[in-house]
Design a protein around this ligand. Structure first.
Ligand code: ATP
Ligand code: MG
Ligand code: MG
Ligand code: MG
Length: 577
């Protein structure tokens, strides 16, 4: 392609609201233009990269047996009412009304619609397993859209959904997707990690995230450099890390199931009903639900605390749960007072972002749910603090985790930051049951589909790749997603016959070899031309100028290198392969 056949519009200055390098570079390189908060135009060069990312995802999804379809961006509210999400989901779900005052939503994901498709189309176990995916526009009314495409309100996601006849099947489908995700992120040329994201079930097997490692990432990850172990810090802290290190074996052997509420889970772990011994509980706000309430009758004093995350969002969440309206956020002082009032109390935990107050490490094992209990310390009645377990300590999360032995025993833990670019979930029958999406099993009995769901942030990936691959001159795209493989920059293309013929020959050869080449025929000064392509991040550059041509040579330079080398024009192709 010639540069005059596409649209290149670079800027010297980054936008004033851009906080991170990827946002700055994507804007300066003319890949995106902001239209509103969290809403962007994808400009021609940006769109090329998005298409590359999509195609890699598409190829690997297809190879893994998933089938592409497309579901509407605007979806009927009734469908979302069937699962309760229309009313229960917070303000991230954008609701709109049509001229008849009927409610619609802009899809943030598509579990309801895909489950509706399954219940309408799939009758028999013989049609299972099946896995559908789409690459489609999503809308989430994020409270703080920022970082350009990284946290947009409108963005592109690949979302996939598997349907199986039983849990075993679901696990196999999940494993297939997990492998496909590894292939996708490897092909995208990213330094990434699969991370346990689930703090519900021990081992975090129900949900995993894929994170691109970058200092600007919004999430903290505990990982073991000498093995595959990695967990979203919340999950690491809540379960595996601390549990493996310090919990008694009998606690570790009780495994919670994904269907359990946090209350049930902990009761199972402790092998006793919570209500027997617990007088005060401190819960993470987002763990509230109706079942939890039933389990915890009024005699227990409950405080809602923000363990980690978004204060406002959690308050909204809490207020949506029936019967939770009179719950309020407790202050740190109030909670401390409640715990200190009774001998033997444990906790509290996680009152400030990044700082955890732990009574002992076993308590921290459950820190995402129960931060403490009063009186006897219900899970270790008879324990003498200071003798059997350490005295309550105040510690920074980092100090609790860094240097600890990894749960897999293969080394010690470190902490890094990551950008969540993918997420795989075992959903079970949550959606199929509420939507009565059934199939007939071998015995002709109706059974709900056992589902999994799998997301990848397509547009976020562009930002994530840039956070990892850039220098002070601009972006350095991994070759697999670069907008072009190589740019030819002729000096005096229109004025020098030899430059023109040499350039055209190289261009024709590369085109014939199927290489994605762009010829900069805009007539820009060399300095401006080079600066543009370095900013845009094309992996290789060929400079054709009279000076070098006097020796019969052209200049060839990789974007990641500082020096050009002189080669014969006919060797350009060889350098690229
Ligand atoms: P986050 O924790 O960053 O808010 P999420 O957990 O809410 O993401 P999922 O529901 O797991 O997101 O969606 C699947 C993928 O979609 C995420 O892993 C992420 O890559 C992408 N994604 C989610 N929200 C956004 C957004 N606002 N802008 C761009 N991509 C997003
Ligand atoms: Mg989110
Ligand atoms: Mg997330
Ligand atoms: Mg997620």
């Amino acid at each position: 392609m010639k540069a005059t056949q596409t649209f290149i519009s670079t800027l010297k200055e980054a936008p004033a609201d851009s906080e991170i390098i990827s946002h700055q570079l994507m804007t300066r390189a003319g890949m995106i233009r902001k239209l509103g908060a969290g809403i962007y135009n994808y400009m021609p060069i940006g769109l090329r990269i998005i298409r590359k990312v999509e195609n890699i995802i598409r190829e690997e999804m297809n190879k893994a047996g998933a089938i592409e379809l497309l579901m509407p961006v605007v979806q009927p509210g009734e469908l979302w009412e069937e699962t309760g999400r229309l009313s229960k989901m917070g303000p991230e779900l954008l609701r709109i009304k049509d001229r008849h005052q009927r409610e619609f939503v802009l899809q943030p994901t598509s579990e309801e619609v895909i489950t509706d498709i399954a219940r309408g189309e799939i009758r028999s176990y013989k049609q299972l397993p099946i896995n559908f995916y789409q690459i489609q526009t999503k809308f989430r009314d994020e409270r703080r859209p920022r970082f350009g495409v990284m946290r947009g309100r409108e963005f592109t996601m690949k979302d996939g959904y598997s349907f199986d006849k039983d849990v075993e099947g679901m696990k196999a489908s999940y494993a297939k997707m997990f492998d496909a995700y590894h292939r996708i992120f490897t092909r995208l040329g990213l330094n990434y990690r699969a991370v346990a994201a689930d703090n519900g079930a021990i081992g975090g097997s129900g949900s995993q995230e894929f994170h691109v490692i970058a200092d600007t990432g919004e999430d903290a990850i505990a990982y073991c450099p000498s093995s595959d172990y990695a967990a979203n810090l919340e999950a690491a802290e809540a379960l595996s890390v601390l549990a493996v290190r310090s919990a008694p074996t009998q606690v570790m052997q009780k495994v919670a199931t994904p269907e359990m509420t946090k209350c049930e889970e902990v009761a199972t772990l402790l092998n006793q009903p919570l209500t027997d011994t617990v007088k005060t509980l401190v819960l993470a706000v987002d763990q509230f639900d109706e079942k939890t309430q039933q389990l915890l009758p009024g005699k227990i004093q409950i405080f809602a605390v923000l363990i980690r995350g978004d204060h406002e969002l959690n308050e909204v969440k809490a207020s949506k749960v029936p019967g939770m309206a009179d719950f309020r956020m407790a202050t740190e002082a109030e909670i401390l007072e409640a715990f200190n009032a009774t001998p033997g109390s444990l906790g509290p935990v996680g009152l400030k972002a990044g700082v955890t107050v732990v009574a002992d490490r076993t308590v921290a094992m459950m820190s995402n749910f129960i931060c403490g209990a009063n009186e006897t310390g219900y899970h270790f009645s008879g324990v003498n603090f200071g003798r059997d377990l350490p005295e309550p300590i105040v510690a920074d999360v980092r100090n609790v985790i860094v240097g600890d032995v990894s749960p897999d025993g293969n080394g010690t833990l470190e902490i890094c930051r990551g950008i969540e670019v993918g997420h795989v979930f075992m959903l079970g029958t949550r959606y199929s049951e509420s939507m009565k999406a059934n199939f007939l099993d071998e015995q002709g009995k109706a059974k709900p589909f056992v589902m999994g769901c799998y997301g990848i942030g397509v547009t976020r990936l562009l930002g994530a790749a840039i956070e990892q691959c850039h220098d002070d001159r601009g972006i350095i795209w991994p070759e697999s997603i670069a907008p072009f493989q190589v740019v030819i920059c002729p000096v005096s293309y229109d004025r020098s016959e030899i430059v023109k013929t040499t350039t055209d020959q190289i261009y024709a050869d590369l085109m014939a070899a199927g290489i994605e080449v762009i010829l900069d025929d805009r007539g820009e000064r060399p300095g401006a031309m080079f600066a543009d392509w370095e900013l845009i991040g094309v992996p290789y550059r060929v400079v054709v100028g009279e000076k070098s041509l006097k020796e019969g040579l052209v200049e060839f330079q990789a974007r990641s290198e500082t020096q050009a080398k002189k080669i014969l024009p006919e060797d350009v192709l060889k350098e690229l392969s």
